[in-house]
Design a protein around this ligand. Structure first.
Ligand SMILES: Nc1ncnc2c1ncn2[C@@H]1O[C@H](COP(=O)(O)OP(=O)(O)OP(=O)(O)O)[C@@H](O)[C@H]1O
Length: 270
């Protein structure tokens, strides 16, 4: 049997408090989270509860204060080299063309120029940018830049893809196109995906499993829902299915109270 792609066990992350530097703030605590090989798991939760913190732990960008992380059965220390990332912020280098941006990771790995160019070109074509390899980021729309970022991540053929609200800045139509494309690419390659989102609709439409985090401090998974909607899915169409609405109601019943707590805490801070 294959080891799970990601296992977080008893993870806690404590920071020096931003509001009161003399104190420590426990963002997440007692977190057990598993993503199976080839599984698509979304994490939803109220704003500021610790979703990005968990993603950073899985990426190896942040060592947990307590607990352990293993990647395909191996303890993680330092950067997770089996993972590719896609964050909300722009990841393209403005001084490189789309093609040069997609090639960059391969070149850093020491791939010969011709091979890197051929693979980057192939990935640009897969994300619909075959004709736009010579464009610089400022010459592309937001959706095109996201496509290029996706190609930049996937060209490295990671076994795990970590995504932190990658499409939240896009308009709704472009977002749905990108979500469907991610699902198609995922379906073809079956990588493990850990997907962070504010958007419960997006989480249900995309995932095999949705994990609900409680409001912080000491946020932790409080519910887990298997999404038994048939695949392949179209993210717009799937939202009209009765089963989607049932799952949405069940998850929202857990999430709603936490979202309200999260808002109340933010108002207190403000
Ligand atoms: N390096 C840090 N130093 C101090 N506090 C931090 C640090 N990183 C995160 N935090 C705090 O930990 C909590 C969780 O942050 P995190 O960004 O993981 O939440 P989130 O759920 O991703 O938020 P959002 O939904 O707004 O994107 C927040 O209260 C944040 O202020």
């Amino acid at each position: 049997m294959t080891d799970p792609a990601i296992v977080l066990q008893g993870v806690a992350c404590t920071f020096v408090s931003k509001d009161n530097p003399g104190q420590r703030y426990t963002a997440v605590q007692d977190v057990d989270l598993t993503v199976g090989a080839g599984e698509f798991v979304s994490v939803v939760g109220p704003t500021g509860c610790g979703k990005s913190t968990l993603l950073n732990v899985a990426a190896g960008l942040l060592a947990p204060s307590v607990g352990s992380v293993s990647i395909f059965g191996e303890p993680l220390s330092g950067i997770n080299r089996r993972a590719g990332y896609m964050f909300q912020a722009e990841s393209l280098m403005p001084w490189r063309t789309a093609l040069a941006n997609v090639m960059a990771g391969l070149q850093f790995r020491g791939a010969p120029e011709l091979e890197a160019r051929a693979q980057a070109q192939e990935w640009l074509a897969r994300v619909g940018l075959a004709e736009f390899g010579d464009r610089y980021p400022h010459q592309m729309s937001g959706g095109m830049r996201k496509r290029a970022s996706l190609a930049q991540t996937l060209v490295l053929d990671p076994d795990i893809i970590l995504m932190d609200e990658p499409f939240s800045a896009l308009d709704i139509q472009t977002r749905q196109l990108m979500e469907n494309e991610v699902l198609d690419l995922w379906h073809a390659k079956k990588k493990a995906v850990l997907f962070i989102t504010h958007d419960l609709d997006e989480a249900i439409a995309m995932s095999d499993r949705v994990v609900v985090l409680s409001a912080g401090p000491a946020s932790h998974p409080m519910g887990e829902f298997a999404i038994d909607l048939p695949r392949p899915r179209d993210v717009a169409e799937v939202k009209t299915q009765p089963r989607f609405l049932e799952l949405h109601a069940a998850i929202w019943a857990e999430l709603r109270g936490e979202v309200l707590k999260g808002y109340a805490q933010q108002l207190k801070k403000a």
